[in-house]
Write a protein that binds this ligand. Structure first.
Ligand code: SF4
Ligand code: SF4
Ligand code: FES
Length: 272
């Protein structure tokens, strides 16, 4: 077993325990649940007084019968009623924007589609693992987005522009994009992939590779071979060792490992 020495400032100290002021529910009995939430607030006095400046776990108790059923609903209630400084990303509340990705009960997922009732005991909420944290539950996705931009995720053609014509696609060609276009770029998969943890500066990771396969598979794109040539790299692509964490982690039920293996198969067929 590998032994790792963690830097001092990665230790997490106990934080505060806070309760919801509560209210009166006319139709449901109170049901109190505790949320243990990772806090890292480099700009607050509370953290600045510590040396080294350590993150902490705050415990929030609230009556979950007074908020919506998902973990995101509870976080919004905590922010509204208990601690407005709690910081997290969210937008659609429907599992389609990918912004509320975090680690809940040890699993990377989207907070807006994770039912509170599915978690037993204390509900532990952490930022996506192995990413720098900007604040609380907000990971720094700069590098992941730069890798995504590097695959040029847009339709590329070399034929002369015909602005008055559509790029037509048969139903069969369109069906090849199913399971790929549905990716919401939440990075739950990449941040659960051990290969990405250790080599995220060079390995593109399952999210970006699934997205790149989406363009390789698009019958309207005329740069398929160049795309495959760019992916044909020991670190960018072949750092995937088929561990399959990515497919287990995807909250949209997609299979990045399969997309990666299909890229490898196409490269093996066309370049060997
Ligand atoms: S299959 Fe590849 S991309 Fe998926 S978790 Fe394993 S190493 Fe990472
Ligand atoms: S493949 Fe799934 S887990 Fe990975 S970024 Fe896309 S939606 Fe998120
Ligand atoms: S808020 Fe958009 S996916 Fe959760």
């Amino acid at each position: 077993m590998v032994k790792l020495t963690l830097p001092k400032n990665s230790r997490i100290k106990p934080g505060r325990t806070l309760k919801s002021p509560g209210g009166v529910s006319l139709d449901k009995p109170a049901s109190s649940r505790t949320f243990q939430v990772y806090r890292w607030q480099p700009d607050t006095e509370l953290c600045k007084t510590e040396s080294p400046n350590l993150p902490r776990y705050d415990q929030f108790s609230l009556d979950v019968n007074q908020c919506g059923p998902m973990v995101l609903d509870a976080l919004i209630t905590i922010k509204n009623d208990i601690d407005p400084s709690l910081t997290f990303r969210r937008s659609c509340r429907e599992g389609v924007c990918g912004s509320c990705a975090m680690n809940i009960d040890g699993v990377n997922t989207l907070a807006c589609i994770k039912p509170i009732a599915e978690v037993e005991g204390v509900i532990k909420v952490n930022p996506l693992p192995h990413m720098p944290v900007i604040k609380d539950l907000v990971p720094d996705l700069k590098q992941a987005y730069a890798q995504y931009a590097s695959i040029e995720p847009w339709l590329k053609t070399s034929s002369p522009d015909q602005p008055d014509q559509e790029h037509r696609q048969s139903p069969e060609e369109r069906a090849k994009l199913d399971g790929l276009w549905d990716c919401v770029l939440c990075f739950c998969c990449s941040t659960s992939c051990p290969s990405y943890w250790w080599n995220s500066d060079q390995y593109l990771g399952p999210a970006t590779l699934l997205q790149s396969f989406r363009w390789v598979q698009d019958s309207r794109d005329e740069t398929r071979r160049q795309r495959l040539e760019q992916l044909n790299d020991e670190m960018k692509l072949y750092s995937c060792h088929t561990i399959m964490n990515c497919a287990k982690a995807c909250p949209k039920g997609l299979n990045p490992a399969k997309a990666i293996s299909q890229i490898k198969q196409q490269i093996a067929r066309e370049f060997d």
